[in-house]
Design a protein around this ligand. Structure first.
Ligand SMILES: Cc1cc2nc3c(=O)[nH]c(=O)nc-3n(C[C@H](O)[C@H](O)[C@H](O)COP(=O)(O)OP(=O)(O)OC[C@H]3O[C@@H](n4cnc5c(N)ncnc54)[C@H](O)[C@@H]3O)c2cc1C
Length: 371
């Protein structure tokens, strides 16, 4: 057996998580290789999201989502400032328009205070003063929420990795791996044909494909990612500068509700919605990055007009679609991040929102796990 590539640590997947994990491995002075099937980083979920730096308020106190989101948020702001990555601390309103929603806000307010998250109660009139297009009865305002340019973030992580001597192989698709007493052997499809790679530690941050890869390596069927897509409409330039903060309704089942966000260039977008996909095979997901936009438009208008009644239909145009990896273990929903170490095989599963915010906190933990 001729080995084409040998390293201490090999990371699968150049989304924001894989880039951050590989950088942390390289910081330890270990020879590190990051393999990505696409020609560039961030071609899947890491570039198909709201780019929100979340405040970490929606998840149970002791969950990994809360833990990593709160610490990841602070690390992300600091990293953006240090590396000159475009970001804006916009703040966010979570709004209520009826008694049930107000009751939800009360609970969210108590939960946020319990977590030590900065939160302010605001009247509907005050929301309208600050966001003239929005109507609600009252709201919570989270000043520490913001937005980040996810492309610049990933570019910066890739630069860090390469400065630390790490290698990135694009168009390298990891087909399978086997372990032995010394480490792991991987079969990799590359532009030069099939390669064999060896490593001591193997990190699986393959995003939507991570659960299937783990089942094959661990010879189990325990882990499953079911897929739930989120679609966005963009708002025309007429709405540029019309929203200053992010505006969220109260969360809905499996998602945060169709909200209004802005990107660093000032463009506003609506979404994501929650659309479960029947397809269970990761390689077959490509066709779900498009949809019948005319069919979903009425739902979006109805959802957003509840709190932004003047929204004009002809301002909406189809935007991007991202897919959430919803984790199930032994058939049961596990709505939290999962980072497990099997003697040097580390998998990162269920990394849906707030994964972008959490990446810089998850990565040092993952990279600290030993073989
Ligand atoms: C609609 C939506 C909105 C979201 N909004 C936010 C938000 O506002 N804020 C926030 O914090 N989070 C948000 N998230 C979550 C966030 O985008 C993700 O948690 C994060 O991007 C996941 O990064 P990742 O690196 O784990 O996965 P990915 O970005 O999917 O990267 C995985 C990579 O692995 C590669 N890969 C897979 N299999 C292989 C293989 N066998 N060989 C080689 N390469 C492989 C893929 O090509 C891919 O590039 C959102 C997610 C969605 C879907």
């Amino acid at each position: 057996m001729t080995v084409d590539l040998e390293c201490d640590d090999l990371v699968i997947g150049a989304g924001v998580l894989g880039l951050a994990v590989a950088t942390e491995c390289a910081k330890q002075g270990r020879s590190t290789v990051l393999l990505e099937q696409h020609p560039q980083f961030g071609q899947e979920t890491s570039s198909r999201n709201s780019e929100v730096i979340h405040s970490g308020i929606y998840y149970p106190v002791n969950s990994r989502k809360t833990h990593y989101c709160l610490s990841g948020r602070e690390k992300l702001y600091a990293y953006c400032a240090e590396k000159n990555i475009q970001h804006v601390q916009t703040g966010k309103f979570v709004i209520a328009s009826n008694a049930d929603e107000t009751a939800y806000l009360e609970k969210l307010h108590a939960h946020a205070k319990n977590l030590g998250v900065l939160v302010e109660r605001v009247t509907g009139a005050e929301v309208q003063r600050r966001e003239p297009l929005i109507r609600c009865s009252e709201a919570l305002y989270f000043s520490r929420t913001g937005i980040v340019d996810s492309h610049q973030l990933m570019q910066s992580l890739e630069n860090d990795l390469q400065h630390l001597g790490g290698l990135v192989g694009y168009r390298h698709s990891v087909m399978g791996a086997q372990r032995d007493s010394q480490g792991f052997t991987l079969e990799v499809n590359s532009p030069d044909g099939t390669l064999l790679a060896r490593c001591q530690r193997l990190f699986n941050s393959a995003g939507l494909g991570a659960a299937a890869f783990s089942n094959a390596l661990l010879k189990t069927q325990r882990y499953e990612h079911r897929f739930c897509r989120g679609r966005y409409f963009t708002l025309s330039s007429r709405y540029e500068g019309k929203f200053h903060s992010l505006v969220y309704p109260v969360p809905q089942k499996d998602g945060l509700g169709v909200h209004v966000t802005v990107d660093c260039a000032g463009n506003a977008r609506l979404g994501p919605d929650v659309d479960w996909i029947e397809e269970r095979s990761y390689p077959a997901l490509q066709r779900f990055y498009d949809c019948d936009w005319d069919a979903v438009l009425p739902q979006f208008l109805a959802a957003v007009r509840k709190y932004c009644p003047s929204l004009e239909q002809n301002a909406l145009s189809p935007g991007l679609i991202g897919i959430r990896p919803k984790l199930f273990i032994d058939g049961e929903a596990k709505p939290d991040f999962l980072i497990e170490n099997f003697d040097g095989y580390v998998h990162l599963l269920g990394i849906e929102s707030p994964g972008l915010t959490s990446a810089l906190a998850i990565a040092p933990h993952a990279a600290s796990l030993q073989a």
